[in-house]
Design a protein around this ligand. Structure first.
Ligand code: ZN
Length: 553
């Protein structure tokens, strides 16, 4: 997919609930402009590879959602308890490690910070080496459209090489969004500042340095506790995520059958809980097709006092075409879109009732009560499993305060469609262009209309019944004492689909931070509790991975 368009927008779309254009800093704006079932009768006296072979086949009674198991009998207390104790004992060291990482301003969108991004990659590599991992810093070449800049390296690493163990590939990123104190931060953004409630403020604390260091910390706590590391860990940490992951897709595709070839499943910790109290596992993301409609006529901008009433106006046409795309309740009015949406099944519908989310949560993040739906289920479905069409803006329109009487000669309307199963990028394009052409033709305008696809990324949905998810669900229940919500997100994390397609393996999104962490905004933070319990969670997940029967559902 083209990487040149609106790089900050692409990543900021990740979590629609915690980000809005209004939270953009002046600095960011300037950069914008530049750029199981219960596994039956496991014999725990045998190593996992043997256990796997003796588990019974997947039973049809296990179709019920989401992961049928008895947490109490599944607890692997002996190893995990000493691991957890070690995490607690090392917690100040782990916060210190995060402090060092936050102290490196690895802003990928800022050319002048490129040295710091590289420094952060080297810091990670040296920490991993000191923990006994095999590490490589892999160059990605020059930055597209900025050939004077070398892309920061991808840090790839392997910890453990035991063919009897499973291999998990984890991804994270070590670059961060821009941040300046004068943007409105209460503390210096590149100094980790912990307040009396254990909130650890600092750029990158939650996105994504905390989670990345979580994997390193899990290795260290296992070593110091003398607990055998339960899997082989492959790591892939990039330094350009906040700028569209330049160069990464090709790298992942190249390495899928090389460095990443042993991966049995993938885990990404780079999103957030839906709220603040209940952890979640994320199994779906929407895709995004982004379009522009250019309407032009006059050779230059005109004055309405002279030309009003004498020329057909591009803006008048554009407003009509854009108004034909969607109604006030978000219904997409383009024929051929709704027909592509996968029907809602009873299994899927049953998932929504238990999710820890209220309409008040929505109203709070909306800053108003102007919701389309009045109930939680339909609201979450509207965000996660149905497509949406949003009108974003008009380039070339008069938008400054005042009452200028200009008639713009050329206007470009921007809109996007968030896509879901089973919508195909090409089929959506076809329906969109046919509708725009027909609507514009019906205006009988003498102006010219030219609609284009700006960029497109496909939706992603994984099977949450896969052992990768079951292992994570058990780990959440062990660490947090609650079954996780199974969520999707309304935004996109393109690397997720890349890993799935390149490796052919199940991908799990396992977040560490909560919805209030303000990733991408001012005063980004990670709660100490989420960090420390999150380190336990990542370690526990790997232990449960070692225990799960290998079934690809
Ligand atoms: Zn991130």
């Amino acid at each position: 997919m083209p990487r040149v368009y609106l790089p900050l927008l692409k990543t900021c779309c990740k979590n629609s609930s915690d980000y809005s254009l209004s939270s953009f800093s002046q600095y960011s704006k300037s950069l914008w402009n530049s750029a199981q079932s219960k596994h039956p009768s496991i014999d725990r006296t045998k190593p996992p590879s043997i256990r796997r072979a003796i588990t019974r086949p997947h039973s049809s009674t296990v179709n019920a959602w989401p992961y049928i198991y008895s947490p109490k009998t599944d607890k692997m207390a002996p190893q995990l308890d000493s691991y957890f104790r070690q995490v607690d004992a090392l917690s100040e060291n782990f916060i210190e490690r995060l402090r060092k990482a936050v102290g490196i301003p690895s802003v990928s969108a800022d050319d002048e910070r490129r040295g710091d991004v590289v420094k952060m990659g080297k810091f990670l590599a040296s920490e991993l080496e000191s923990l006994g991992a095999e590490v490589q810093l892999r160059p990605l070449g020059k930055q597209p459209h900025k050939e004077y800049l070398e892309l920061p390296p991808v840090v790839i690493a392997r910890y453990g090489n035991d063919t009897k163990k499973r291999t998990i590939l984890v991804y994270g990123h070590y670059d961060v969004q821009p941040a300046l104190k004068e943007d409105g931060w209460a503390t210096a953004p590149f100094e980790l500042t912990v307040d009396s409630k254990g909130r650890m403020y600092g750029r990158g604390s939650t996105d994504d340095k905390g989670p990345v260091l979580g994997w390193l910390n899990a290795i260290e706590a296992h070593k110091k506790a003398g607990v055998d590391f339960p899997v082989n860990l492959l790591m892939c940490f990039e330094g350009m995520e906040e700028y569209g992951s330049e160069g990464l897709d090709d790298f992942i595709n190249d390495e899928a059958k090389k460095f990443f070839k042993d991966a049995d499943a993938v885990c990404i910790s780079d999103n957030y809980w839906l709220g603040t109290e209940k952890p979640c596992l994320t199994y779906g993301l929407r895709g995004c097709n982004y379009y522009s409609i250019e309407i032009s006529g006059p050779g230059q901008d005109l004055h309405s006092g002279v030309f009003g009433g004498t020329a057909q106006e591009p803006m008048t046409d554009l407003v009509r075409v854009m108004a034909s795309l969607v109604d006030k309740d978000g219904n997409i009015l383009i024929p051929g879109i709704k027909e592509q949406v996968a029907p809602l099944t009873d299994d899927e519908k049953s998932l929504y009732g238990d999710i820890a989310f209220t309409m008040d949560n929505l109203y709070e993040s909306l800053g108003s009560q102007t919701s389309i739906f009045s109930d939680k289920e339909r609201t979450l479905m509207g965000r996660w499993r149905y497509p949406s069409l949003s009108l974003h803006g008009v380039e070339g329109a008069f938008s400054a305060p005042g009452a200028k009487t200009v008639i713009p000669a050329k206007v470009i309307g921007k809109f996007s469609i968030r896509t879901v199963p089973n919508m195909e990028i090409e089929a959506v394009n076809k329906a969109v262009f046919a509708h725009i052409d027909k609507t514009f033709a019906a205006l009988n305008s003498k102006n010219k209309c030219n609609a284009k696809l700006q960029h497109a990324g496909k939706w992603w949905v994984a099977s949450p019944k896969h052992w990768n998810f079951t292992a994570a669900a058990k780990a959440v229940e062990h660490v947090w004492g609650v079954k996780p919500d199974l969520t999707r997100e309304g935004g996109s994390i393109p690397v997720t689909l890349t890993f799935e397609q390149a490796t052919g393996k199940n991908v799990l999104l396992l977040p560490m931070g909560s919805s209030t962490d303000a990733a991408h905004s001012i005063n980004e933070k990670l709660d100490r509790r989420n960090y420390i319990e999150g380190i336990k969670l990542l370690g526990a997940y790997l232990h449960y991975v070692g225990e799960e029967p290998m079934k690809e559902t």
